[in-house]
Ligand binder design. Structure first.
Ligand code: SF4
Ligand code: SF4
Length: 352
């Protein structure tokens, strides 16, 4: 077992893994570089980025910059964050891009302010690199046919080895669609391409019953073995608010997984208890915020890591938009303070 694999295992088994999700569809390299810089300093141990070599390199640069500047902030960054690249099945919303059809659009501009990534400019031509497929625009659009989506197709066999060469160490497959057989073919390919590192399957229950969810995890485990991570995606891309209700489904989905794999009945008093060994390692996701770990603990739901996307990006959005961000001490310090509080709220203080 190589030392990076062991380091990742240790983070997961101690629930110390915080993953910053830059967005599977986010191909804005400048933003990814800034996010990686701030969240590496803040103590994140994973960066989830689009499967795009330019984005992987930008993420790696952001991490390098953070390591270069850590001592200025009195920080000792022990473990370099793992870069995970995200790919998705056609139909999974994490990897779709929005298109506004100007012929059907009534120019009401309702979609512009609800876009979390400023991907819709005044001319209503969506900036492809910035769109993360969240669906906020079509949710408010009064015209049925004005907004559609296309799958951001990637040839996995071509793009994934290039991403690994560019610095990625892990792959995540977004697999929240109904077709089991195709998913498992892609999953086998992902695991063949990254044969020695951890790979994650991101699943939600929007299209799957609890039974189908469990079956898919079981099949994924058969292929990936102890390299498997399941990202239990409570309510995909819903992490805008900082309240318990927003993070509830993330905990509920993790609970379904635990009861299927990581818990057993204690016969003496007929109660459910955790097994000594974690059979399926999972990340809480989908509606995660600063209260996620808190709610999981209150609910006695064990987890190995936390993935934060929308909420983590939103809290430092304003600072990241500062001109010459990297040279702006005020913006960097403020962003770092906010990001550090969020990381600590989920994985506690870093080890001394
Ligand atoms: S609201 Fe979401 S789906 Fe629509 S353009 Fe913005 S990022 Fe893309
Ligand atoms: S909300 Fe729909 S109709 Fe209104 S500007 Fe956006 S795309 Fe056009």
């Amino acid at each position: 077992m190589d030392s990076r694999f062991q380091a990742m295992e240790s983070l997961l088994l101690n629930s110390k893994y915080f993953k910053l999700v830059c967005g599977a569809g986010n191909e804005d390299a400048d933003e990814v570089r800034k996010l990686a810089f701030i969240y590496t300093l803040a103590g994140a141990k994973g960066m989830d980025v689009s499967a795009n070599t330019g984005v992987v390199k930008a993420c790696s640069e952001g991490i390098d910059m953070a390591f270069g500047k850590a001592s200025e902030f009195g920080l000792d960054l022990e473990i370099r964050p793992f870069i995970m690249v995200s790919v998705g099945m056609p139909g999974d919303h994490h990897v779709r891009k929005s298109i506004i059809h100007l012929g059907s659009c009534v120019k009401c501009n309702l979609c512009i302010p609800v876009c979390p990534t400023n991907a819709i400019p005044d001319n209503l031509i969506v900036i492809d690199d910035k769109c993360i497929g969240c669906g906020n625009c079509s949710a408010v659009c009064p015209e049925k046919n004005a907004i559609t989506y296309r799958h951001n197709a990637k040839e996995l066999g071509d793009i994934l080895p290039e991403c690994l060469n560019a610095g990625a160490e892990q792959i995540e497959l977004h697999a929240a669609i109904a077709d089991d057989e195709t998913i498992m073919e892609e999953w086998a390919l992902v695991n063949a391409i990254n044969a020695n590192g951890h790979n994650s399957m991101c699943l939600d229950r929007l299209h799957l019953s609890n039974f189908a969810f469990e079956e898919r995890v079981r099949k994924a485990k058969e292929i990936a073995g102890n390299r498997l991570i399941i990202q239990s995606d409570g309510y995909p891309m819903s992490g805008g608010q900082n309240d318990f209700n927003t993070t509830l489904q993330a905990i509920a989905t993790a609970d379904v997984l635990n009861k299927a794999f990581n818990m057993k009945i204690r016969k003496s008093n007929n109660t459910l208890i955790y097994k000594r060994e974690i059979i399926v390692k999972q990340l809480l996701s989908g509606g995660t915020n600063s209260l996620t770990a808190n709610l999981a603990e209150q609910s006695n739901v064990k987890w190995q890591g936390v993935s934060l996307g929308t909420f983590a990006r939103n809290i430092i959005k304003e600072e990241l938009a500062t001109p010459n961000f990297f040279d702006s001490d005020g913006a960097v310090t403020t962003a770092l303070d906010k990001a550090s509080k969020l990381v600590r709220a989920n994985i506690g203080a870093p080890p001394k």
